[in-house]
Write a protein that binds this ligand. Structure first.
Ligand code: HEC
Ligand code: HEC
Ligand code: HEC
Length: 446
């Protein structure tokens, strides 16, 4: 097989699937004293910014002991044990071993890691942050003896040497990382701190930036062009939307405060977190300091439309809500909406603030791909509770209530009501998502 056709397959490691691991209290209990204590504490915070737990803790597994399966087109790849156990973890790694892995994707034995480990983003982390992270992982985390699992990828595709070539092409290595301190007050300093958090440890682009044929992100940084964070990548049958402000399918209608509220509490006046974003909110952004969230928001709001393209904002249109309110349900899908959905999302599509998300103006109903909409109707969703918004709210599953055609019609109805400009789906697309999400269990919707 020619190398060119082999590369995409071998590099076919995708980001983390829906990850919602409960942290077992006390397990990582850092016992530290003296000079190290501050460094370790800082490192624990860097681990939150980098969301290491999302991938390196398996469901019901020990903290950071690895073993979570990440699906690739060729078979599962397993995250590794990054606790300080000397035999099975990274207990014998020096700081240089660790920094080489985080910056260049090269393991202690010299082989390359799959880019399922988002090192192209971590390569932008400062030395200071990496040193703190190393101190935390080697001294602040409980060692766990658990052997790494080899990927379920058959030989010869399991050979790692082509990954080294992928690495040379798509992971340019450390930029001259500069992370301004978040204590500085000016807007510029805030934006620079946000740029660092998003492009570096936060690795937001690993889901929110579209990928090329070798599954590499089409832009690693905002400076590399307007594809950066422009959305469209599908993770576990959820679409990661655009985080740019060029249209209402992105963040055009969101203020800084809206972005901070979403990252801190998983909900705001435009929508609620679901799918692959839940793990990011629970393990990372809900625990991120407010000033760093403000920095992320300030940076995201600098990502405008390409030059000459006006931002496309949402405008509420009340014709559908007037009809529904008057008891007129001109189509089957309008009737289904009133019967099954309006109790929570209301006939005006505005939901109940902080409880049931609005569907009018929700970015998920403005974008060019309605996969997430069909997915959440099929599987339902559970909005996770976090420290600043403890209520966990559930939408039931309509898998056994509505057929593929009814769901397709409903998605089209939602995308065209209240001023939304969402995409349609066909019944056969719904059938595919139904099959792909079969195992996901939620209480039945009514
Ligand atoms: C999106 C998922 C994901 C995230 C987030 C992630 N990792 Fe990884 N990491 C992986 C996978 C998968 C591997 C194994 C790749 C392979 O087998 O080639 C890995 C490998 C590693 C290794 C190499 C271990 C070894 O024994 O070779 C280290 C060290 C590591 N990760 C540290 C971290 C740290 C520190 C963070 C947080 C800053 C982090 N990872 C976040 C998925 C992830
Ligand atoms: C019992 C109240 C309830 C009912 C009934 C309900 N939903 Fe939901 N809906 C929710 C909640 C809660 C969420 C947030 C779930 C999450 O975050 O995972 C949600 C989320 C959504 C979303 C994603 C928007 C976002 O920002 O999270 C869509 C689209 C949606 N619902 C459509 C529907 C449709 C269509 C129906 C009817 C077939 C329906 N809902 C019925 C409560 C409900
Ligand atoms: C594992 C994949 C993944 C990663 C990593 C990720 N996201 Fe997301 N994100 C998603 C998905 C999928 C959605 C759509 C579901 C939703 O709206 O909650 C989403 C939604 C969002 C939204 C809501 C946008 C909208 O239009 O409704 C914001 C804001 C956001 N992400 C910000 C971030 C930031 C900031 C980071 C990095 C710190 C990040 N995300 C990292 C997958 C991811």
């Amino acid at each position: 097989m020619r190398l060119r056709s082999l590369l995409p397959l071998l590099a076919g490691a995708v980001c983390v699937m829906q990850v919602a691991n409960a942290q077992v209290p006390g397990e990582q209990a850092p016992v530290a004293s003296g000079d190290n204590a501050d460094l370790i504490k800082r490192g624990a915070y860097v681990a939150i910014l980098g969301d290491c737990e999302a991938c390196h803790t398996a469901h019901d597994g020990k903290f950071l002991a690895g073993g979570l399966a990440l699906q690739s087109p060729l078979g599962a790849i397993y995250s590794t044990n990054i606790t300080p156990d000397r035999d099975t973890g990274i207990g014998t790694w020096t700081y240089n071993d660790f920094a080489r892995l985080m910056r260049r994707g090269i393991r202690k034995d010299g082989s390359s890691v799959y880019p399922a480990m988002p090192y192209p983003s971590y390569s932008k982390m400062t030395d200071e942050d990496l040193r703190a992270l190393y101190a935390y992982l080697t001294k602040g985390v409980a060692p766990v003896s658990l052997k790494n699992r080899a990927p379920d990828i058959p030989w010869p595709l399991s050979m790692r040497w082509p990954l080294a070539i992928w690495r040379l092409i798509y992971a340019s290595g450390p930029a001259s990382a500069s992370a301004t301190s978040s204590h500085e007050q000016t807007r510029d300093a805030l934006v620079e701190r946000g740029r660092y958090l998003v492009e570096g440890p936060g690795h937001c682009g690993s889901c929110h930036t579209p990928r090329n044929i070798a599954l590499a992100e089409t832009a690693q940084t905002a400076a590399e062009g307007s594809k950066y964070l422009s959305g469209g990548f599908i993770v576990d049958n959820w679409v990661a939307p655009s985080l740019r402000s060029d249209d209402a399918g992105g963040l055009a209608d969101w203020t800084d405060e809206d972005i901070v509220a979403f990252l801190k509490t998983g909900r705001n006046r435009h929508g609620a977190t679901f799918g692959a974003m839940n793990g990011v909110v629970v393990h990372s952004t809900a625990q991120t300091e407010d000033r760093d969230l403000a920095a992320i928001a300030a940076f995201l709001k600098t990502l405008g439309p390409p030059p000459g393209v006006p931002a496309r904002m949402f405008r509420y249109d009340d014709s559908v809500s007037r009809q529904l309110f008057a008891g007129e349900t001109p189509t089957n899908s309008a009737r289904i909406y009133v019967d099954r959905c309006a109790a929570c999302h209301r006939t005006d599509g505005r939901g109940y603030a902080g409880v049931f998300p609005p569907l009018a103006g929700n970015p998920v109903l403005q974008g060019p791909d309605a996969t997430s909409v069909a997915h959440i109707i099929l599987t339902g969703g559970r909005l996770p509770g976090v420290a600043d918004a403890p209520s966990s709210l559930v939408m039931g599953s309509y898998r056994d209530v509505l057929d593929d055609q009814q769901i397709a019609d409903l998605v089209t109805f939602l995308g065209q009501s209240w001023g939304n400009r969402g995409a349609a789906v066909t019944a056969s697309q719904v059938a595919k998502i139904r099959l792909a999400t079969k195992g996901q269990k939620m209480p039945a919707g009514e």
